[in-house]
Ligand binder design. Structure first.
Ligand code: GLY
Length: 344
């Protein structure tokens, strides 16, 4: 059974794109960002086999973390400005209200598993950098080179074209100016949240973060309440997109709090996106019309099995797996993107 949300003052825009499903009872459901269909599919399989909801979402995102062709997450992720891949991840488990996270972790393909280890085997929530790497190594994680040839080539293109203040030159042909100087750039991330048949919730967010970032830059993904938040009595939410905007608005916590006040997931996502827009005061982060020049997306699921996702800008799709199958759905949005504008 599906229902379309009524417009509310807090979520005024783009409700025509509503896709919140109303599902009473405790039917398992998994949602994820657009790159997460393999993750939601796998997570459903794990839960169907009796696996725990936390293990399910982590096993799901591990597929994407290990995929060298996803340049926004794990192995194959785009590196920092020095050409080093630094990963951020967090997990949160509803039944215990515990969380674990790692930031600026180098050398481990599956940072979400290290985050889970932080949750299960320490009294801490967040380990960073060299400490996180040594912790992972002590727990038997393989330390490997995460920079693939593809990602290295993209990084090199960026180095050769991003600045006129150093001595690097982009390749030229017959003395002509360099060809297309475009390079791959992403804030891309995977977030995955699930509700199991017992009504328990869990979530995970994992990313290589902003491409070509200043070494040590940490985004929203490993920060509990920002890139991920789970309250087993209310719901779970996570984010992708410009982490800095999510951090200064405590994005995922705010989405869950809006659901606690009675908003359905999609409306809660839109309300927090509107707050991000309202707080975006810097001209350098605005288009000419004052709207944000970046994107943020939220994905949310509540205790009743309702779910929704929304972005600042149109065009976002998210992954859903439930008893109706595995599919992508269109997210709601605040502003319609002009054709040919980039996604993130
Ligand atoms: N949302 C991912 C990041 O900003 O690092």
């Amino acid at each position: 059974m599906r229902s379309t949300l009524a417009a509310t003052a807090a979520a005024p825009a783009a409700l025509a794109a509503s896709n919140t499903a109303v599902q009473q009872g405790q039917r398992p459901i998994v949602i994820s960002s657009g790159n997460g269909l393999p993750a939601t599919t796998r997570a459903m399989e794990v839960m169907a086999g009796g696996g725990d909801v936390m293990d399910a979402v982590i096993e799901g995102v591990n597929i994407v973390e290990r995929d060298p062709d996803d340049h926004s997450v794990g192995y194959g992720g785009l590196p920092n400005e020095d050409g080093v891949v630094e990963l951020d991840s967090s997990v949160m488990y509803g039944p215990t209200h515990r969380a674990g996270a790692v930031a600026s972790l180098q050398g481990v393909k599956t940072p979400s598993r290290v985050a889970q280890m932080v949750m299960n085997r320490t009294d801490h929530v967040l380990l960073v950098g060299e400490g996180a790497r040594r912790f992972a190594k002590a727990h038997g994680f393989k330390i490997e080179e995460l920079l693939t040839d593809d990602a290295r080539r993209e990084w090199l293109k960026w180095k050769e074209t991003h600045s006129d203040r150093d001595d690097r030159l982009a390749p030229t042909h017959d003395g002509q100016a360099a060809g297309d100087p475009s390079y791959l750039f992403t804030y891309g991330t995977i977030n995955c949240n699930a509700l199991d048949q017992n009504g328990n919730l869990a979530g995970v967010t994992t990313t290589s973060g902003l491409s070509y970032k200043i070494p040590g830059r940490v985004g929203d993904s490993p920060l509990i309440g920002c890139g991920l938040y789970v309250d087993n009595e209310v719901g779970a939410a996570g984010s992708t997109g410009r982490g800095e905007a999510v951090i200064i608005n405590n994005g995922s916590f705010s989405v869950v709090e809006h659901m606690r006040q009675g908003m359905e997931p999609q409306a809660a996502c839109l309300a927090v996106l509107q707050r991000i827009v309202d707080h975006n005061k810097l001209a350098r982060l605005q288009k000419e019309d004052g709207r944000p020049d970046f994107n943020v997306s939220f994905y949310a699921i509540n205790k009743a099995g309702q779910y929704g996702a929304a972005s600042v800008w149109s065009g976002m799709e998210f992954a859903v797996s439930d008893d109706r199958g595995h599919r992508k759905e269109k997210g709601a949005y605040l502003f319609k993107r002009k054709q040919r504008e980039n996604q993130e």
